[in-house]
Design a protein around this ligand. Structure first.
Ligand code: DX5
Ligand code: ZN
Length: 217
């Protein structure tokens, strides 16, 4: 499967956001937007005004990762800002997950379901066919710059095998501590959308770092 690189602007320079987005337009596949509410995760990042500013400059699709309680509340708003892919955590909406996925789809966006590293990967299986992609967190959601959790590889392999068994080609996105050292392993495990914050934006040459992720060893 073709790899897609989704740099997370959590690690961008917010004083030069338009410049950083233009760099992504020329080198990345998606812009990853980490929305944190300080309740679902112990950190606050940014919200709709920033997404609006990104939308004004981005020519590549926006991939919004909602780390918030009550994610279903924001489907309409994301759609109206031009978000192409919207994901939320299963832990944040156990009982409503199926309905929210359907609502995201009905708003013309791709619907993604996310789990933190402490949630069994099997919990995603009932949603195969109901989500357009799955996001496996390889760190606990909340902060950029954390260390990749190696057990994530086996979780991705398991989910990939389950998707294959179902004849479902929903991509697996991976988020947290992704960089040149694990990109090859992740691709072989079955991930095809790589979120990367610090390994892209803290690199001396971010565009080159994106290329490195796209062609992993
Ligand atoms: C963590 C976010 C990630 C994060 C990735 O809660 O979902 O997208 O920004 O950052 P790095 O690549 O630095 O781990
Ligand atoms: Zn994210």
């Amino acid at each position: 499967m073709q790899l897609q690189i989704a740099p997370s602007i959590l690690s961008a320079d917010f004083g030069n956001l338009a410049r950083d987005i233009r760099m992504l337009n020329a080198s990345a596949d998606l812009v990853h937007l980490d929305v944190m509410d300080g309740s679902f995760v112990p950190n606050i990042s940014f919200g709709f005004p920033v997404i609006e500013a990104v939308a004004a400059v981005a020519t590549i699709p926006m991939d919004a990762h909602l780390m918030v309680v009550n994610p279903g509340k924001w489907v309409e708003r994301c759609a109206s800002l031009g978000v192409a892919m919207m994901s939320f955590h299963l832990e944040a909406a156990r009982d409503e997950a199926e309905g929210i996925l359907a609502d995201i789809r009905s708003h013309g966006m791709k619907a993604g379901l996310v789990i933190n590293p402490n949630i069994p990967v099997e919990d995603l299986y009932p949603f195969i066919g109901k989500a357009d992609y799955f996001l496996i967190m390889s760190v606990f959601a909340g902060f950029g710059g954390q260390k990749f959790i190696p057990e994530s590889l086996g979780r991705i392999e398991k989910l990939k095998a389950e998707l294959d068994k179902a004849g479902n080609d929903a991509p697996i996105e991976v988020d947290g501590g992704v960089g040149p050292a694990n990109a090859g392993l992740l691709a072989r495990a079955g991930a095809s959308i790589f979120v990367a914050g610090s390994s892209v934006f803290k690199a001396e040459n971010p565009a080159e770092a994106i290329d490195l992720l796209r062609n992993p060893r």
